[in-house]
Design a protein around this ligand. Structure first.
Ligand code: NAP
Length: 525
């Protein structure tokens, strides 16, 4: 169950300003009073995380992997209460939340397997060359080590997979970093249930209580204090551009600045190439609307921009998309605030110079339901007004009509960084695709062919990141095992006695790691 507690290590605290969950499908206030964590809670959680760091960061890969699996098991053990609580706090349907829970525990287990493998340590050895002339070379051994306690901020749109035990927490734990989570106020019961599951896994695994703390709250000040605490050494954030930028500023102004890995806004351009349009304009129109309206478009990978060369085939796409959209019911949005921001963003687009409305979805038949929207503008209008490229979080998209492939490339070249770009292409479009790719790949973290950007696999090769402002640091990803690298840093040991080296670098290779010796990979097993 949940009772509105603040979890500071193993202790449960109450107190602080109360707040309540809102069921967005009805606007009804929940019965449980949740409590805002205080500045003292932040300081205590960070002190505990700091105290836990040494023992947690030096666990064997096997022990750390077993902890990740224990977290996954504890989350599954919550049972249906987790799903029903999340349904009532987010308006998301059961099937979606069950799928998201599967993804969340699958992600923890994927990290467990990867941690055991040990390649992420990147153990690298250049042996001493005592006879080298004119000077001998020292023995140099490098390994990746945990950065320190990590602050995690989840987003409202993934109450499980991008929240308390989401990708940021899983990757920080995998990297050996204690985690302090700022709980998202939009799903406090869900957050607390998962937080209790993690705390139980910490206990079951015999780890230091400071490995995990959970600080719920509704104020920017709480998150700001967490990022400012000197014991926090990195931040994982998923959410709005405004929130990410505010936390980046606090982190940069600290006495010791720290990295903030913020996953923020993106409108994920989809380019419809002529061959694909000629072959399947109608099918593309309906599939596009399916991706745009999925869960009311509340995805960071929502296709908020379509770019194509104007033609009769594009008219067929527009007619098909308009028909599909206008029959599509308005869906409950995550929070009253997100719904209000969506309506404001759509009204601004509808009233912008040179923008026409292609279609709207069905009108809302209840509170906090977003009515889908599709707009159009010329390439010239779109490039002239940067506001048209701002994310409207929800199922709103704009079709930009260009005259030539060169204009498409120019339009993309002027865009901000994005998480994804998608090409709808047939074999005859390969020459255009080859022209586009160098520009596209400079702008995004993932380029898709003939798919839709909504839907992000959790794998080793996935990149869910991209140049600013889609993320604060385009060299990273927040999804997939590569996400661990954000919370590791290389340390080189020079001429250190074997017995005191980290196990990953010792001569006997006790963890049986694949290691790079004199630049060549040596496979241990
Ligand atoms: P949000 O309002 O930015 O909230 C995220 C978290 O940050 C909350 O805990 C919030 O708590 C905190 N926060 C926000 N502003 C803050 C500030 N100025 N100072 C301190 N803390 C602050 O985001 P959201 O509405 O939940 O999520 C929707 C957004 O996330 C969309 O824009 C979506 O595109 C984006 N998103 C991006 C990705 C990605 O991977 N790129 C994935 C999912 C979602 P308080 O409000 O209590 O301070």
């Amino acid at each position: 169950m949940f009772n509105g507690a603040i979890l500071v290590g193993a202790s449960e605290r109450q107190g602080g300003e109360p707040f309540f969950a809102i069921d967005p499908s009805t606007g009804a206030k929940g019965e449980v009073a949740f409590h805002n964590a205080s500045a003292a809670d932040v300081a205590d959680a960070c002190a505990l995380a700091d105290a836990a760091f040494e023992s947690f960061s030096t666990l064997t890969p096997d022990a750390r992997a077993a902890f990740l699996e224990a977290v996954a098991d504890r989350i599954m053990a919550i049972g249906d209460l987790l799903i029903t609580t999340a349904m009532s706090e987010t308006g998301l349907p059961r099937g979606r939340l069950e799928g998201e829970r599967g993804r969340t525990v699958g992600q923890l287990r994927l990290f467990a397997g990867y941690v055991r493998q040990g390649d992420w340590l990147d153990a690298t050895i250049d042996k001493a060359l005592p006879e080298r002339q004119p000077l001998p070379r020292s023995d140099l051994r490098r390994v990746n080590q945990s950065v320190g306690p990590v602050a995690v901020f989840g987003a409202s749109n993934f109450p499980l997979a991008f929240s308390v035990a989401g990708g940021d927490t899983a990757s920080a734990f995998a990297a050996g970093c204690p985690v302090v989570v700022k709980g998202h106020p939009a799903h406090p019961g869900t957050g607390e249930l998962v937080a209790r599951a993690i705390a139980a896994a910490v206990r079951d695994s015999g780890l230091h209580e400071g490995v995990f703390s959970y600080l719920p709250g509704t104020t920017n000040d709480l998150g700001g204090a967490l990022v400012a605490d000197p014991r926090i050494k990195a931040v994982g954030f998923t959410g709005s551009r405004g929130g990410g930028l505010a936390l980046m500023k606090i982190a940069a102004e600290r006495k010791e600045p720290i990295p903030v890995y913020a996953e923020m806004s993106s409108i994920n351009p989809v380019v419809l190439l002529p061959g694909a349009l000629a072959a399947r304009a109608e099918a593309l129109g309906t599939a596009f609307v399916g991706s745009l309206t999925l869960f009311s478009g509340q995805f960071c990978t929502n296709p908020g921009l379509v770019i194509a060369i104007d033609s009769p085939d594009l008219d067929r796409f527009v007619a098909s998309a308009a028909q599909a959209l206008s029959g599509n019911a308005a869906q409950v949005m995550l929070t009253p605030g997100i719904h209000a921001a969506y309506e404001k963003g759509v009204a601004a687009l509808a009233g912008a110079e040179g923008v026409t409305t292609i279609a709207r979805g069905m009108a809302a038949d209840g509170v906090h339901r977003g009515q889908h929207a599709l707009f159009a503008a010329s390439g010239e209008q779109f490039r002239a007004n940067p506001a048209l490229a701002h994310e409207v979080f929800g199922s709103s998209s704009i079709l930009v009509k260009c005259a030539t492939i060169e204009e498409v490339i120019d339009t993309i070249a002027r865009m901000e960084g994005q998480l994804t770009a998608t090409l709808q292409m047939d074999d005859g479009d390969q020459a255009d695709a080859a022209k586009l790719l160098p520009t596209l790949s400079r702008k995004v973290g993932r380029v898709l062919a003939n798919g839709w950007p909504t839907g992000v696999e959790v794998t080793h090769a996935m990149v869910h990141g991209g140049p600013f402002p889609s993320t604060s640091d385009g060299r990273s990803t927040s999804v997939g095992t590569l996400a661990m690298m954000r919370f590791l840093r290389p340390v080189c040991y020079q001429d250190m006695a074997d017995a005191v080296l980290p196990p990953a670098l010792q001569a006997a290779n006790p963890w049986k790691l694949n290691r790079r010796v004199e630049g060549r990979l040596e496979i241990a097993r």
